[in-house]
Design a protein around this ligand. Structure first.
Ligand code: SAH
Length: 254
């Protein structure tokens, strides 16, 4: 089968964050599939068709792209950030696993991109400088109790947390509940970084302490990093602070 499907990460923001590999793959694609705002970021090319869909239609988009690739086309599915982090690459794999055997014969490539947590971390210093984990707070595809259990386990084990999907219109209370949960494990002075629309013109990055963190500081375009006991803030005259997590851990905390 000659069809080819590439799942391409666009990075967090404008074209500066595209890798050279992503530019190359997007340049030769005959059809582009993705969430409309991502497709709108890309230059129109003659002979390249565009198939925009809504944010929530990931499985249908994945299936449509696979059907198109199976017809012999060179298809690219785009994702913000990295396609393997809470995004389209897993949706494509889910469809291949449950789809017709012919989809397993397709040439599938995943092209990595800069994921939001790395872009936010880079803006502020090195909050992910030691052990960390990434969690999506979306309970669209998993029960909220599971998320709470993972927050307890991760904060209890001393990981810095990168929280994706902190809030959405359909999920108004989850972020406040998550912060409340983390306060059981971490001191009130723990640094919390809010990085919004990083890499875009409306980018905003702020640092607060865990006792002052609340849901009004986050929206759908925000990635939140909650520090560990080793995360520190270096104040600097006339410059924004540096937040970092020390690579050395002196002792096991109770
Ligand atoms: N595949 C994406 C993540 C998709 S989940 C990636 O690798 O970055 C969507 C979540 O990602 C958002 O709710 C937000 O938490 C985060 N996010 C995506 N782009 C962002 C950006 N430019 N700045 C801050 N957070 C972002």
């Amino acid at each position: 089968m000659s069809g080819h499907l590439a799942v391409v990460g666009l990075g967090p923001g404008d074209a500066r964050y595209l890798t050279a590999e992503a530019v190359e793959v997007l340049g030769v694609a005959q059809a582009l599939y993705g969430y409309r705002p991502y497709l709108d970021r890309m230059p129109v090319r003659p002979g390249q068709s565009r198939h925009a869909s809504d944010n929530r239609e990931e499985r249908a988009r994945a299936a449509a792209a696979l059907v198109h690739a199976a017809q012999g086309a060179r298809v690219a599915v785009v994702s913000g950030g990295d396609p393997g982090v809470f995004a389209m690459a897993a949706a494509i794999c889910e469809e291949i696993e449950s789809g017709p055997p012919s989809w397993r014969a397709l040439d599938v490539t995943v092209v990595p991109g800069i994921t939001a947590m790395l872009a936010v971390a880079a803006r502020i210093g090195a909050p992910l400088g030691h052990d960390f984990c990434a969690l999506s707070l979306s309970d669209n595809l998993k029960p909220w109790e599971l998320i709470e259990g993972r927050l307890d386990a991760a904060a209890g084990a001393g990981f810095v947390l990168a929280l994706y999907n902190p809030v959405s219109r359909a999920r108004p209370w989850q972020f406040a509940a998550a912060i409340e949960r983390l306060r059981r494990h971490l001191p009130p002075s723990t640094p919390v970084v809010f990085g919004r629309a990083v890499g875009r013109p409306d980018e905003q990055v702020s640092v607060v302490t865990l006792d002052a963190a609340d849901a009004t500081q986050a929206d759908m375009a925000t990635l939140v990093i909650v520090g560990s006991r080793e995360t520190r803030v270096i104040e600097r005259p006339g410059r924004s602070p540096l937040v970092y997590t020390s690579r050395a851990v002196a002792e096991v905390s109770a």
